[in-house]
Design a protein around this ligand. Structure first.
Ligand code: GTP
Ligand code: MG
Length: 136
């Protein structure tokens, strides 16, 4: 079994989509929520989380957006949950995301794409330590 770090981004919280998105995650067989917190993310936290993107043209506006209001940070556990949550979220660009995926159903803007989910076992362990150090 695996665990992954999920963020419901400030656009999801502002638009009242938290229940809808968590509902989709909860309904997947055998997946469970291991930790959950509503929190406005600090720049320092985001700098760690998005370390791979520091210096890219979209980095500053991304951090600005991600710290613009509360996000929901959660750890989700279960069978192939890393790959599974990336599939449930859909591709980064919501316009390229198929209907039925979270980004495909609710998104139009690349930056405001509703959800983050870890992209590998290594990223999941690194990111869980950032947001839930007590679970590290
Ligand atoms: P995360 O799950 O949030 O990490 O998304 P991702 O893995 O699908 O994308 P990636 O890690 O490449 O980029 C992180 C976030 O930066 C994305 O979710 C977008 O919000 C934003 N982003 C990525 N690429 C672009 C881009 O080309 N333009 C803009 N405006 N934003 C981008
Ligand atoms: Mg990513």
């Amino acid at each position: 079994s695996q665990r992954t770090l999920v963020l419901l981004k400030p656009d999801a919280v502002r638009r009242g989509l938290v229940g809808e998105i968590i509902g989709r995650i909860e309904r997947k067989a055998g997946w469970t929520i291991g930790a959950l917190e509503l929190r406005t993310l600090e720049r320092a936290t985001l700098e760690q989380h998005y370390a791979e993107h520091v210096g890219k043209p979209f980095y500053e506006p991304l951090v600005e957006f991600m710290s613009s209001g509360p996000s929901v940070a959660m750890v989700v556990e279960g069978e192939r949950v890393i790959e599974g949550l990336r599939a449930l979220a859909g591709p980064t660009d919501p316009i390229a995301a198929a209907p039925g995926s979270i980004r495909g159903d609710f998104g139009t803007i690349v930056r405001e794409n509703l959800i983050h989910a870890s992209d590998s076992v290594e990223s999941a362990e690194r990111e869980i330590k950032i947001f839930f150090p007590e679970l590290g």
